[in-house]
Design a protein around this ligand. Structure first.
Ligand code: ADP
Ligand code: ADP
Length: 231
């Protein structure tokens, strides 16, 4: 069952840069999809369209088989349902402590205090940062900050977790630990995961489906086996 359908999506930035040129994708519920492509291929632009931060110039995105609702209320729901973890954790973290950073999204949802606390504890334990909860985020290592950013998205209980280059800047141990953590979270929550990556090695290990982008277009798609045997 598809959780996201991207249909002939075009996006041009205000300066005229045509960043997405007719992208079609089907994202299946509970799967991990990798988006490969060099710098400037359009991966980040695609992600920003997926959760409504950018609005398609033409074409369409269906979430749960319904066209995205671009009203304020619709967008609030969409941004909670499709959480994005950006490449640079510092862009997402700005509170005094890890606990506060992780709780931010849940607080914004105006959930009862008890529910916030429960979700924050669960997300911190899942991502292995519970012992850091009272530490100032800015003192943590890069890998730890990544986990704080992921926990901060998980507290919103998204259906889709989108990660922009999640393994960039991590050593090989860090990469496999992070990917395993994501896989466990997915298994437990039935989460759909979309990652962009340069790290081809992780794709056959952790991904069900691959799209390769170049200059705003999908140039290859399939299972990792299909895509890598075409090369
Ligand atoms: P990727 O994430 O694959 O590196 P991007 O989506 O960031 O690719 O970029 C796709 C294209 O859009 C590139 O040509 C890039 O220069 C351009 N682009 C990205 N952001 C902007 C922006 N804010 N304004 C104008 N052009 C942009
Ligand atoms: P440093 O490189 O300064 O040692 P790290 O964050 O890489 O900092 O490592 C600190 C601890 O946190 C390690 O024990 C490592 O297992 C864990 N860790 C940190 N970041 C990650 C990550 N992204 N994935 C898996 N484990 C991580």
């Amino acid at each position: 069952e598809n959780i996201l359908d991207v249909i002939d999506l075009h996006y041009s930035y205000p300066d005229g840069t045509h960043a997405l040129k007719g992208v079609n994708m089907e994202i299946k519920k509970g799967q991990t999809t990798a988006i490969l492509g060099g710098n400037g291929a359009g991966k980040s632009t695609l992600f920003l369209n997926l959760n409504g931060i950018l609005r398609p110039t033409s074409g369409r995105i269906n979430f749960d088989r319904k066209p995205v609702d671009y009203s304020r209320e619709g967008l609030n729901k969409l941004r909670q349902a499709i959480g994005i973890v950006f490449q640079d954790p510092d862009s997402q973290l700005f509170s005094a402590s890890v606990y506060q950073d992780v709780s931010f999204g849940a607080m914004n949802m105006k959930l009862p205090e008890e529910e916030v606390r429960k979700r924050v504890d669960t997300a911190m334990k899942r991502t292995g940062i519970y012992h850091l909860k009272d530490k100032p985020t800015h003192n943590l290592s890069f890998g730890q900050k990544k986990r704080v950013a992921i926990a901060g998205i998980l507290v919103m209980e998204p259906q889709v977790l989108v990660l922009d280059e999640p393994t960039a800047g991590l050593d090989p141990m860090g990469v496999s630990e992070l990917m395993k953590l994501l896989q466990e979270t997915q298994d437990e929550l039935g989460l759909t995961i979309i990652i962009s990556t340069h790290d081809i090695d992780i794709v056959p290990l952790y991904c069900d489906r691959v799209y390769v982008m170049d200059e705003g277009k999908i140039i290859m798609e399939g299972t990792p086996k299909q895509v890598f045997s075409e090369k």
